[in-house]
Unconditional design. Structure first.
Length: 114
């Protein structure tokens, strides 16, 4: 079955950077769009960024210009480079398969201190 394993989260000061990774298995990675989502305490899960199998990307307005999603099909991995982090970026970050997400990872915590 599909397995997604996120890593790279942690505690960072405002203005700092982190790079999240999501390693996928049990699927034909290159044939699938991939997305990063996040859920802050008391809030609904929201789309952060998405990348199609062809490499087209889209971002939430709140992260445009600061976050970059990319994929390495040879490594079956999708990345989220996050720069200029803000306290409001604090959340659990999840990766998911598909334009309409159908499989989820376990999440990785990102905490941005002010």
């Amino acid at each position: 079955q599909v397995q997604l394993v996120e890593s790279g989260g942690g505690l960072v000061q405002a203005g700092g950077s982190l790079r999240l990774s999501c390693a996928a298995s049990g699927m034909i990675f290159s044939s699938n769009a991939m997305g990063w989502y996040r859920q802050a305490p008391g809030k609904q899960r929201e789309l952060v960024a998405r990348i199609t199998r062809g490499g087209s990307t889209n971002y939430a307005d709140s992260v445009k210009g600061r976050f970059t999603i990319s994929r390495d099909n040879a490594e079956n991995t999708v990345y989220l480079q996050m720069k200029s982090l803000k306290p409001e970026d604090t959340a659990v970050y999840y990766c998911a398969v598909g334009l309409v997400p159908r499989s989820w990872g376990q999440g990785t915590q990102v905490t941005v201190s002010s």
